[in-house]
Ligand binder design. Structure first.
Ligand SMILES: Cc1ncc(COP(=O)(O)O)c(C=O)c1O
Length: 295
């Protein structure tokens, strides 16, 4: 296990090490977080977008892509919230094994699930083919900059070297404090405390949307700290996010997340750092913004 300054550093070092080892093409979920593609390009890797279906990545498209490494947010896809089915997970592992490829499993919000049983990490099924990435950013605080990679044996040495060269190692004080927090059971207590709070916020958000803007359909709501909705054809992300911003509400469009071609329009709502009353007020203002756009 390699401790790093969040997924940001872990993924950057991993892509650099993979590029140096001869990997050429990174497959990413389409849509997905846009920052990683820039990091991949800087490392000399080509990125290719693979559509995300309801059951996770389209493995047939992955087969055709010629990629030798794929990044998945399998437990709760960012931003669609899709949960990768057991069948798709097996197909991914089968692909990686046959192609001698690597799966990067970004398990960024795995601890917050509300309506379903936790899903085991793919890493446990194929430790040789999966690099697992965990982070304290969603469970504790993004400011901690604490993440961890569980790596296939062959990548441990080059990654440890890359980390040492990059910054001589993550803050020992932070690591010891976190280890103590875990050892005393405080981390588990924190998760048990936060799960119902986030679930209530999620319920408030979904309920408010259904009541005040029923034609925004939320998807992928069963886990995590964000919800995505598709937009009806008469609304555009640009108009809605702008009108919302003018009223002090931060909702985000999907556009930056599309990789290959811009897909349908949608909105992403984060609820990790807001209160219940703020959600109610925010959706009131959003409804007002949408009414104004439709005038
Ligand atoms: C898709 C995804 N992966 C990983 C992370 C975590 O990144 P980091 O550990 O660098 O804060 C985030 C954001 O918190 C994210 O949205």
């Amino acid at each position: 296990m390699l401790i790093c300054n969040g997924f940001a550093q872990g993924s950057r070092l991993l892509l650099q090490v993979l590029a140096a080892a001869g990997y050429r093409r990174l497959a990413v979920e389409d849509p997905s977080d846009d920052e990683l593609r820039a990091v991949a390009a800087a490392a000399g890797l080509e990125s290719v977008g693979i559509p995300v279906l309801e059951a996770g990545l389209d493995v047939e498209a992955l087969e055709r892509s010629g990629a030798d490494v794929v990044l998945v947010t399998a437990a709760h896809q960012f931003p669609t919230g899709a949960v990768t089915s057991a069948q798709t997970r097996s197909a991914l592992i089968e692909w990686a094994t046959r192609r001698e490829a690597l799966i990067i499993e970004d398990d960024y919000d795995a601890e917050y699930r509300y309506d379903r049983e936790p899903i085991g990490a793919m890493q446990g099924l194929a430790p040789d083919r999966v690099a697992y990435a965990g982070t304290a950013s969603k469970t504790l605080a993004p400011g901690l900059r604490l993440g961890w990679l569980i790596l296939p044996e062959r990548l441990v040495e080059p990654m440890a070297t890359a980390k040492f060269v990059d910054d001589r190692g993550s803050s020992v004080l932070d690591q010891l404090t976190f280890a103590d927090f875990v050892a005393r059971g405080e981390f588990d207590r924190h998760l048990r405390r936060m799960r119902p709070r986030y679930r209530l916020l999620r319920d408030t958000l979904v309920g408010q949307l259904a009541e005040k803007v029923p034609d925004l359909r939320p998807v992928g709501v069963s886990a995590g700290l964000h919800v995505m909705t598709w937009l009806p054809p008469d609304l555009t992300e640009r108009d809605v996010t702008r009108a919302a911003r003018e009223r002090g509400v931060g909702v985000y469009g999907l556009r930056p997340y599309w990789v290959q071609n811009a897909g349908p329009e949608g909105l992403v709502f984060g609820y990790g750092s807001v209160t219940g009353p703020a959600v109610v007020e925010g959706i009131d203002l959003l409804a007002d913004a949408i009414a104004a756009v439709r005038k």
